[in-house]
Design a protein around this ligand. Sequence first.
Ligand code: B12
Ligand code: SF4
Ligand code: SF4
Length: 172
Amino acid sequence: MWRRFSAEASDYNHSLDVWCFAKISQLAEQFGATALFPVGKPYLPFQRWAIQTGEFFSSPLGLTIHREYGLWHAFRGALLFDHEIPRQKARGQISPCDTCAERPCLTDCPVKAFSLEGYDVPACVRHIRGEDTRDCSQWGCAARRACPVGIEYRYTTGQAAFHMDAFKRTLE
Ligand code: B12
Ligand code: SF4
Ligand code: SF4
């Protein structure tokens, strides 16, 4: 997706949301479905839907985790049909987090933004706007990068920097 978006970005004013809106709306039309998006209030429960497929699990970071792709995925849209689609049988997978003894994702953030109480957004933002000792702005969230699952799918620098920049702008 990133390669395709990068090639077409200027036609969409470099907005990934606008690009996804166009592409997923096209798919919805093709399949006679309604397109739904993760942005815009009220927020739709994309992560809960993903977990219901049996392919994704909750991780200590609040992000969902996949056995193959690890934390390196995002949900760009969903197709809503007016008839029921038989569900695939859940594969009975277990979460990679269940067998991860070290849990490095919980210790690698320089400001300990992730804890059992949730995600300390102000602490994270102060750090990445200031010293940014782990180069999160360039390489992406250090806690996310600490996870050993699916490292071959980690975002490239350009992709990580694009998302971190969008994250900072969202908060502004
Ligand atoms: C609001 C929001 C934020 C807020 C969070 C505010 C807060 N106090 O936690 C801000 C702007 C800070 C944020 C940040 C990020 N977000 Co965000 N965010 C959302 C959004 C738009 C709505 C969340 C929501 O309220 N959903 C409504 C409830 C009803 O849905 P739900 O599925 O039932 O709820 C689940 C979540 O609330 C989740 N949860 C609980 N605590 C936390 C904490 C964190 C950090 C996350 C990510 C989730 C999470 O658990 C619930 C049950 O599964 C979702 C998209 C969406 N529609 O869900 C993306 C989403 C959760 N974000 C996402 C991502 C990737 C991020 C970032 C990593 C972006 C980045 N930099 O690349 C950062 C994380 C910080 C970092 N250090 O990098 C992805 C997660 C993908 C995944 N693998 O799970 C989502 C799904 C968007 C997408 N297009 O895929 N985000
Ligand atoms: S580091 Fe371990 S506990 Fe944390 S998200 Fe990855 S597999 Fe799960
Ligand atoms: S982006 Fe950096 S400062 Fe923010 S939560 Fe991730 S590791 Fe911590």
